[in-house]
Design a protein. Sequence first.
Length: 391
Amino acid sequence: MKASFRNRLLALAVVLAFGASLLRLFEYRFAAGDIYPPGSSRRADPLGSKALLEGLGLLPGLRVERNYERLTRLGEPTGTTLVLLGVGPDNIWGPMPTPDENEALDQFIRRGGRLVLALEHEPLSAATNAWHRGFRSLRSGLGTPTNIHQHFTTRLGFQVAFTNLPADLANRAGSPQLLPATLPWPCGWYLTGLRPEWHVVYDRADQVVVAERPYGSGHVVLLASDYLLLNGALRQERQPGFLAWLAGPNPHIVFDETHLGLTLKPGVAGLLRKYHLGGAVLGLALLAALHVWRQTVRFNPPPPPPPGSEVLLGRDSGGGFLSVLRRAVPPAQLSEVAFTEWRRSLGRHHSVPEKRLSDAQELVNLEAARPPGERNPVELHRRIARLLRHR
Protein backbone atom coordinates (compact mmCIF):
# COMPACT_ATOMS: atom_id res chain seq x y z
CA MET A 1 0.00 0.00 0.00
CA LYS A 2 1.38 3.41 -0.98
CA ALA A 3 2.22 5.87 1.79
CA SER A 4 -0.01 8.63 0.35
CA PHE A 5 -3.04 6.30 0.17
CA ARG A 6 -2.38 5.08 3.71
CA ASN A 7 -2.16 8.67 5.00
CA ARG A 8 -5.45 9.56 3.32
CA LEU A 9 -7.13 6.54 4.85
CA LEU A 10 -5.79 7.47 8.29
CA ALA A 11 -6.98 11.10 7.92
CA LEU A 12 -10.44 9.89 6.85
CA ALA A 13 -10.63 7.59 9.87
CA VAL A 14 -9.65 10.45 12.21
CA VAL A 15 -12.29 12.75 10.70
CA LEU A 16 -14.99 10.08 11.00
CA ALA A 17 -14.05 9.33 14.61
CA PHE A 18 -14.11 13.04 15.47
CA GLY A 19 -17.52 13.49 13.81
CA ALA A 20 -18.96 10.47 15.62
CA SER A 21 -17.63 11.72 18.96
CA LEU A 22 -19.07 15.19 18.37
CA LEU A 23 -22.45 13.72 17.43
CA ARG A 24 -22.44 11.56 20.54
CA LEU A 25 -21.61 14.58 22.69
CA PHE A 26 -24.56 16.50 21.26
CA GLU A 27 -26.82 13.51 21.90
CA TYR A 28 -25.76 13.44 25.55
CA ARG A 29 -26.28 17.20 25.92
CA PHE A 30 -29.75 17.13 24.35
CA ALA A 31 -30.72 14.01 26.30
CA ALA A 32 -29.94 15.72 29.62
CA GLY A 33 -31.63 18.90 28.45
CA ASP A 34 -29.54 21.22 30.62
CA ILE A 35 -29.05 23.51 27.64
CA TYR A 36 -32.70 24.52 28.06
CA PRO A 37 -33.94 26.96 30.73
CA PRO A 38 -35.25 25.64 34.09
CA GLY A 39 -38.88 24.60 33.95
CA SER A 40 -38.70 23.54 30.32
CA SER A 41 -40.35 20.26 29.36
CA ARG A 42 -37.23 19.48 27.30
CA ARG A 43 -35.05 19.09 30.40
CA ALA A 44 -34.57 15.63 31.90
CA ASP A 45 -32.60 16.81 34.95
CA PRO A 46 -34.24 17.74 38.31
CA LEU A 47 -34.95 21.31 37.13
CA GLY A 48 -37.00 20.30 34.09
CA SER A 49 -40.56 19.06 33.62
CA LYS A 50 -40.01 16.37 31.01
CA ALA A 51 -41.14 13.59 33.35
CA LEU A 52 -44.49 15.30 33.96
CA LEU A 53 -45.15 15.77 30.25
CA GLU A 54 -44.26 12.18 29.36
CA GLY A 55 -46.15 10.80 32.37
CA LEU A 56 -49.34 12.63 31.42
CA GLY A 57 -48.90 11.45 27.85
CA LEU A 58 -49.10 7.83 29.01
CA LEU A 59 -52.56 8.31 30.51
CA PRO A 60 -55.45 7.16 28.30
CA GLY A 61 -57.67 9.89 26.92
CA LEU A 62 -55.09 12.68 27.29
CA ARG A 63 -53.34 14.45 24.45
CA VAL A 64 -50.17 16.17 25.66
CA GLU A 65 -47.90 18.32 23.52
CA ARG A 66 -45.39 21.15 23.59
CA ASN A 67 -46.07 24.57 22.10
CA TYR A 68 -43.29 26.36 20.19
CA GLU A 69 -45.52 28.73 18.22
CA ARG A 70 -47.28 31.95 19.04
CA LEU A 71 -50.35 31.64 21.26
CA THR A 72 -52.42 33.22 18.51
CA ARG A 73 -52.11 29.86 16.72
CA LEU A 74 -52.89 27.70 19.74
CA GLY A 75 -56.31 26.60 18.53
CA GLU A 76 -59.61 26.06 20.34
CA PRO A 77 -59.22 26.85 24.07
CA THR A 78 -62.22 24.80 25.21
CA GLY A 79 -60.97 21.56 26.73
CA THR A 80 -57.36 22.75 26.81
CA THR A 81 -55.07 23.28 29.79
CA LEU A 82 -52.11 25.57 29.13
CA VAL A 83 -49.15 25.10 31.48
CA LEU A 84 -46.53 27.85 31.93
CA LEU A 85 -43.66 26.80 34.18
CA GLY A 86 -40.52 28.62 35.26
CA VAL A 87 -42.10 32.08 35.05
CA GLY A 88 -39.82 34.54 36.80
CA PRO A 89 -41.32 36.95 39.33
CA ASP A 90 -39.52 39.76 37.54
CA ASN A 91 -41.77 39.26 34.48
CA ILE A 92 -44.96 37.98 36.12
CA TRP A 93 -46.59 41.17 34.83
CA GLY A 94 -46.63 39.51 31.40
CA PRO A 95 -45.52 35.92 30.85
CA MET A 96 -45.49 36.35 27.07
CA PRO A 97 -42.91 38.59 25.37
CA THR A 98 -45.25 40.65 23.13
CA PRO A 99 -48.53 42.52 23.78
CA ASP A 100 -50.49 40.60 21.13
CA GLU A 101 -49.44 37.29 22.66
CA ASN A 102 -50.56 38.47 26.09
CA GLU A 103 -53.87 39.51 24.59
CA ALA A 104 -54.16 36.07 22.99
CA LEU A 105 -53.46 34.52 26.40
CA ASP A 106 -56.20 36.66 27.93
CA GLN A 107 -58.66 35.57 25.24
CA PHE A 108 -57.61 31.94 25.70
CA ILE A 109 -58.74 32.02 29.34
CA ARG A 110 -61.91 34.00 28.70
CA ARG A 111 -63.07 31.56 26.03
CA GLY A 112 -62.89 28.51 28.28
CA GLY A 113 -59.23 27.57 28.59
CA ARG A 114 -57.49 26.63 31.83
CA LEU A 115 -54.20 28.36 32.60
CA VAL A 116 -51.72 26.92 35.09
CA LEU A 117 -49.02 29.50 35.79
CA ALA A 118 -46.19 28.53 38.13
CA LEU A 119 -43.32 30.74 39.28
CA GLU A 120 -39.79 29.42 39.37
CA HIS A 121 -39.00 28.33 42.91
CA GLU A 122 -35.44 29.66 42.80
CA PRO A 123 -34.43 33.33 42.40
CA LEU A 124 -32.58 34.54 39.31
CA SER A 125 -29.19 34.37 41.04
CA ALA A 126 -29.59 30.59 41.45
CA ALA A 127 -30.12 29.89 37.76
CA THR A 128 -28.21 26.80 36.75
CA ASN A 129 -26.86 27.83 33.38
CA ALA A 130 -25.53 30.97 31.78
CA TRP A 131 -28.05 30.81 28.93
CA HIS A 132 -30.96 31.18 31.36
CA ARG A 133 -29.32 34.07 33.22
CA GLY A 134 -28.53 35.84 29.96
CA PHE A 135 -32.07 35.43 28.63
CA ARG A 136 -33.66 36.69 31.81
CA SER A 137 -31.27 39.64 31.92
CA LEU A 138 -32.28 40.47 28.36
CA ARG A 139 -35.98 40.27 29.26
CA SER A 140 -35.40 42.52 32.29
CA GLY A 141 -33.71 45.13 30.08
CA LEU A 142 -36.71 45.62 27.81
CA GLY A 143 -37.93 48.55 29.87
CA THR A 144 -41.04 49.37 31.87
CA PRO A 145 -43.98 47.07 31.06
CA THR A 146 -46.92 48.53 29.24
CA ASN A 147 -50.48 48.44 30.47
CA ILE A 148 -51.37 45.50 28.25
CA HIS A 149 -48.56 43.56 29.94
CA GLN A 150 -49.87 44.35 33.39
CA HIS A 151 -53.12 42.44 33.01
CA PHE A 152 -51.85 39.58 35.13
CA THR A 153 -51.34 41.83 38.13
CA THR A 154 -54.00 44.50 37.65
CA ARG A 155 -56.78 42.68 35.77
CA LEU A 156 -56.48 39.44 37.70
CA GLY A 157 -55.75 41.19 40.97
CA PHE A 158 -52.70 39.67 42.68
CA GLN A 159 -49.13 40.52 43.59
CA VAL A 160 -45.98 38.50 44.20
CA ALA A 161 -43.63 38.85 47.17
CA PHE A 162 -40.58 36.95 48.40
CA THR A 163 -40.50 35.15 51.74
CA ASN A 164 -37.51 34.30 53.89
CA LEU A 165 -39.26 31.45 55.66
CA PRO A 166 -37.57 28.02 55.43
CA ALA A 167 -39.06 25.18 53.45
CA ASP A 168 -42.16 23.80 55.15
CA LEU A 169 -45.54 22.16 54.49
CA ALA A 170 -48.34 24.02 52.74
CA ASN A 171 -51.78 23.38 54.26
CA ARG A 172 -54.99 22.99 52.33
CA ALA A 173 -57.07 26.09 52.90
CA GLY A 174 -60.35 24.88 51.45
CA SER A 175 -62.08 22.68 48.90
CA PRO A 176 -61.77 20.56 46.91
CA GLN A 177 -61.47 17.88 49.54
CA LEU A 178 -59.85 15.40 47.16
CA LEU A 179 -56.58 17.31 47.36
CA PRO A 180 -53.94 16.17 49.88
CA ALA A 181 -54.10 17.95 53.25
CA THR A 182 -50.48 19.12 53.08
CA LEU A 183 -47.89 19.64 50.37
CA PRO A 184 -44.09 19.95 50.68
CA TRP A 185 -43.31 23.52 49.75
CA PRO A 186 -39.88 25.13 49.25
CA CYS A 187 -38.95 28.61 50.31
CA GLY A 188 -39.45 31.29 47.68
CA TRP A 189 -42.36 33.42 46.58
CA TYR A 190 -45.94 33.80 47.75
CA LEU A 191 -49.09 35.51 46.47
CA THR A 192 -50.45 38.64 48.05
CA GLY A 193 -53.07 41.31 47.38
CA LEU A 194 -55.59 38.76 46.09
CA ARG A 195 -59.00 40.04 45.08
CA PRO A 196 -62.17 38.38 46.44
CA GLU A 197 -62.54 36.40 43.21
CA TRP A 198 -59.55 34.30 44.15
CA HIS A 199 -60.03 31.05 46.01
CA VAL A 200 -57.10 30.13 48.22
CA VAL A 201 -56.22 26.46 47.76
CA TYR A 202 -53.01 26.19 49.82
CA ASP A 203 -51.26 28.53 52.23
CA ARG A 204 -48.15 28.31 54.35
CA ALA A 205 -47.85 30.35 57.56
CA ASP A 206 -50.75 32.56 56.38
CA GLN A 207 -48.99 33.13 53.05
CA VAL A 208 -50.92 32.04 49.97
CA VAL A 209 -48.94 29.73 47.67
CA VAL A 210 -51.70 28.22 45.46
CA ALA A 211 -54.84 30.06 44.34
CA GLU A 212 -57.53 29.65 41.70
CA ARG A 213 -60.15 31.92 40.20
CA PRO A 214 -62.65 31.89 37.34
CA TYR A 215 -61.91 34.27 34.48
CA GLY A 216 -64.55 34.59 31.82
CA SER A 217 -65.47 31.04 30.80
CA GLY A 218 -62.13 29.63 31.93
CA HIS A 219 -59.98 29.32 35.05
CA VAL A 220 -56.59 30.56 36.20
CA VAL A 221 -54.43 28.64 38.67
CA LEU A 222 -51.44 30.39 40.23
CA LEU A 223 -48.58 28.56 41.94
CA ALA A 224 -45.94 30.49 43.82
CA SER A 225 -43.46 27.71 42.97
CA ASP A 226 -43.17 25.16 40.18
CA TYR A 227 -41.24 22.78 42.44
CA LEU A 228 -43.91 20.05 42.60
CA LEU A 229 -44.11 19.90 38.79
CA LEU A 230 -40.39 19.40 38.21
CA ASN A 231 -38.53 16.14 37.73
CA GLY A 232 -36.77 16.32 41.09
CA ALA A 233 -40.01 16.55 43.06
CA LEU A 234 -41.69 13.84 40.96
CA ARG A 235 -38.93 11.48 41.99
CA GLN A 236 -38.77 12.32 45.70
CA GLU A 237 -42.10 13.92 46.71
CA ARG A 238 -44.66 12.89 44.13
CA GLN A 239 -48.16 14.38 44.53
CA PRO A 240 -50.39 12.73 41.89
CA GLY A 241 -53.67 14.05 43.34
CA PHE A 242 -52.45 17.63 43.24
CA LEU A 243 -51.09 17.23 39.69
CA ALA A 244 -54.38 15.74 38.50
CA TRP A 245 -56.26 18.71 39.98
CA LEU A 246 -53.92 21.13 38.17
CA ALA A 247 -54.56 19.47 34.81
CA GLY A 248 -58.29 19.63 35.37
CA PRO A 249 -60.89 17.74 33.36
CA ASN A 250 -59.53 18.88 29.99
CA PRO A 251 -58.35 16.14 27.59
CA HIS A 252 -55.80 18.43 25.90
CA ILE A 253 -52.74 19.65 27.85
CA VAL A 254 -50.17 22.01 26.32
CA PHE A 255 -46.78 22.81 27.87
CA ASP A 256 -45.79 26.23 26.57
CA GLU A 257 -42.12 26.84 25.73
CA THR A 258 -42.35 30.22 24.04
CA HIS A 259 -42.37 32.19 27.30
CA LEU A 260 -38.97 30.58 28.03
CA GLY A 261 -37.57 31.78 24.71
CA LEU A 262 -37.90 28.45 22.87
CA THR A 263 -39.56 28.95 19.50
CA LEU A 264 -39.72 26.76 16.42
CA LYS A 265 -39.05 28.18 12.95
CA PRO A 266 -39.13 25.12 10.69
CA GLY A 267 -37.47 25.12 7.30
CA VAL A 268 -38.29 23.01 4.27
CA ALA A 269 -37.09 19.80 5.95
CA GLY A 270 -39.17 20.54 9.05
CA LEU A 271 -42.31 21.11 6.98
CA LEU A 272 -41.70 17.87 5.09
CA ARG A 273 -41.48 15.97 8.38
CA LYS A 274 -44.51 17.75 9.81
CA TYR A 275 -46.78 16.87 6.89
CA HIS A 276 -45.24 13.39 6.34
CA LEU A 277 -44.01 14.11 2.81
CA GLY A 278 -40.91 11.95 3.03
CA GLY A 279 -42.41 9.33 0.71
CA ALA A 280 -43.25 11.96 -1.90
CA VAL A 281 -39.68 13.29 -1.83
CA LEU A 282 -38.27 9.78 -2.24
CA GLY A 283 -40.62 9.18 -5.16
CA LEU A 284 -39.47 12.39 -6.89
CA ALA A 285 -35.83 11.44 -6.32
CA LEU A 286 -36.47 8.01 -7.85
CA LEU A 287 -38.15 9.57 -10.88
CA ALA A 288 -35.22 11.97 -11.34
CA ALA A 289 -32.75 9.08 -11.14
CA LEU A 290 -34.75 7.10 -13.74
CA HIS A 291 -34.84 10.14 -16.03
CA VAL A 292 -31.06 10.58 -15.82
CA TRP A 293 -30.57 6.86 -16.45
CA ARG A 294 -32.86 6.98 -19.48
CA GLN A 295 -30.94 9.92 -20.95
CA THR A 296 -27.51 8.31 -20.47
CA VAL A 297 -28.11 4.60 -21.16
CA ARG A 298 -29.65 3.17 -24.36
CA PHE A 299 -32.04 0.33 -23.68
CA ASN A 300 -32.00 -0.74 -27.37
CA PRO A 301 -29.09 -0.60 -29.88
CA PRO A 302 -29.37 2.12 -32.54
CA PRO A 303 -30.97 0.93 -35.78
CA PRO A 304 -28.60 0.31 -38.69
CA PRO A 305 -28.50 3.05 -41.35
CA PRO A 306 -30.48 2.39 -44.53
CA PRO A 307 -28.40 1.24 -47.48
CA GLY A 308 -27.11 3.93 -49.78
CA SER A 309 -27.50 6.75 -47.24
CA GLU A 310 -24.59 8.89 -46.19
CA VAL A 311 -24.12 8.63 -42.44
CA LEU A 312 -21.65 10.76 -40.50
CA LEU A 313 -20.37 8.65 -37.64
CA GLY A 314 -19.52 10.38 -34.42
CA ARG A 315 -15.99 10.43 -33.02
CA ASP A 316 -14.49 10.46 -29.59
CA SER A 317 -12.32 13.27 -28.22
CA GLY A 318 -9.08 11.80 -29.63
CA GLY A 319 -10.54 11.40 -33.10
CA GLY A 320 -11.89 14.94 -33.00
CA PHE A 321 -8.48 16.32 -31.99
CA LEU A 322 -6.75 14.50 -34.88
CA SER A 323 -9.37 15.81 -37.28
CA VAL A 324 -8.71 19.38 -36.13
CA LEU A 325 -4.95 18.89 -36.58
CA ARG A 326 -5.39 17.52 -40.10
CA ARG A 327 -7.54 20.50 -41.10
CA ALA A 328 -5.41 23.22 -39.45
CA VAL A 329 -1.81 21.98 -39.97
CA PRO A 330 -0.48 20.70 -43.30
CA PRO A 331 1.39 17.39 -42.99
CA ALA A 332 4.56 18.89 -44.44
CA GLN A 333 4.72 21.52 -41.65
CA LEU A 334 3.67 19.30 -38.74
CA SER A 335 7.19 18.83 -37.30
CA GLU A 336 8.05 22.52 -37.50
CA VAL A 337 4.74 23.68 -35.98
CA ALA A 338 4.97 21.12 -33.16
CA PHE A 339 8.55 22.16 -32.28
CA THR A 340 7.62 25.84 -32.33
CA GLU A 341 4.66 25.29 -29.98
CA TRP A 342 6.85 23.20 -27.67
CA ARG A 343 9.47 25.98 -27.51
CA ARG A 344 6.72 28.48 -26.67
CA SER A 345 5.41 26.28 -23.85
CA LEU A 346 8.82 26.31 -22.14
CA GLY A 347 8.54 29.99 -21.24
CA ARG A 348 11.42 32.26 -20.37
CA HIS A 349 12.60 30.34 -17.31
CA HIS A 350 13.43 26.78 -18.33
CA SER A 351 16.14 24.27 -17.51
CA VAL A 352 16.97 23.10 -21.06
CA PRO A 353 20.43 24.31 -22.20
CA GLU A 354 20.42 26.67 -25.14
CA LYS A 355 23.00 24.50 -26.94
CA ARG A 356 20.58 21.57 -27.04
CA LEU A 357 17.73 23.79 -28.13
CA SER A 358 19.90 25.07 -30.99
CA ASP A 359 20.82 21.52 -32.00
CA ALA A 360 17.17 20.49 -31.93
CA GLN A 361 16.26 23.52 -34.06
CA GLU A 362 18.94 22.50 -36.55
CA LEU A 363 17.43 19.00 -36.79
CA VAL A 364 14.03 20.56 -37.51
CA ASN A 365 15.53 22.81 -40.19
CA LEU A 366 17.28 19.83 -41.86
CA GLU A 367 14.00 17.89 -41.83
CA ALA A 368 12.17 20.87 -43.39
CA ALA A 369 14.80 21.10 -46.18
CA ARG A 370 14.03 17.56 -47.33
CA PRO A 371 11.46 16.86 -50.01
CA PRO A 372 7.93 16.27 -48.58
CA GLY A 373 7.95 12.61 -49.55
CA GLU A 374 11.17 11.89 -47.61
CA ARG A 375 10.19 13.58 -44.35
CA ASN A 376 9.58 11.39 -41.26
CA PRO A 377 8.04 13.34 -38.34
CA VAL A 378 8.06 10.31 -36.03
CA GLU A 379 11.82 9.68 -36.48
CA LEU A 380 12.50 13.41 -36.05
CA HIS A 381 10.57 13.37 -32.74
CA ARG A 382 12.64 10.43 -31.49
CA ARG A 383 15.95 12.10 -32.44
CA ILE A 384 14.98 15.31 -30.65
CA ALA A 385 13.92 13.35 -27.56
CA ARG A 386 17.27 11.46 -27.47
CA LEU A 387 19.16 14.74 -27.89
CA LEU A 388 17.33 16.41 -24.98
CA ARG A 389 17.71 13.38 -22.68
CA HIS A 390 21.44 12.92 -23.42
CA ARG A 391 23.78 13.91 -20.56
